[in-house]
Design a protein. Structure first.
Length: 158
């Protein structure tokens, strides 16, 4: 099972569309906020795709929560934009919330910086920004493969 995770497109529809075109065979897409207007357009273009999302601090008036939980491929995933978990300073609150929920994967955005760590039995992943990275690296997204042998996460330059 392949999950595509992306965040912080901030009105760059072309970046979001490129992710979907590149990953047409993915089983699920998770958007971590700050670009929900474009995501609504994507949902119309790809009505058969499973697309989960949360709202970010720049998604004014959005009707989505800022954090959510899903079970995909038998794995519980906690995902949030991150602004309400102080992720600019630490991802500890995201990790602790994932632990509290029994999630094996914790996803967050907001910082525009890619990040991955496996700690305390939890895969902690920030896909970076698909449009406006702040870490000196190219725009990117991430994938998660859930297989019988385990979970693998990686970043992909856009």
């Amino acid at each position: 099972m392949r999950i595509i995770v992306f965040s912080d497109t901030h009105g760059h529809f072309s970046a979001m569309h490129k992710i979907f075109k590149r990953n047409s065979s993915a089983d699920c897409f998770i958007f971590l906020g700050d670009g929900l207007d474009d995501l609504e357009e994507i949902k119309e273009l790809y009505p058969d795709k499973q697309i989960l999302c949360v709202s970010g601090n720049c998604d004014f008036g959005a009707q989505y929560p800022s954090a959510d939980v899903a079970v995909i491929g038998g794995i519980k995933i906690f995902f949030t934009h991150g602004h309400r978990f102080d992720v600019r300073f630490t991802n500890a609150k995201v990790r602790l919330k994932a632990m509290e929920l029994g999630a094996k994967i914790a996803l967050y955005g907001h910082t525009h910086c890619r990040y991955y760590e496996y700690l305390d039995g939890i895969h902690i992943l920030n896909p970076g920004s698909a449009a406006q990275p702040r870490d000196g690296l190219p725009p990117c997204y991430a994938f998660i493969d859930i297989t019988p042998k385990g979970i693998m996460c990686a970043h992909v330059d856009l």
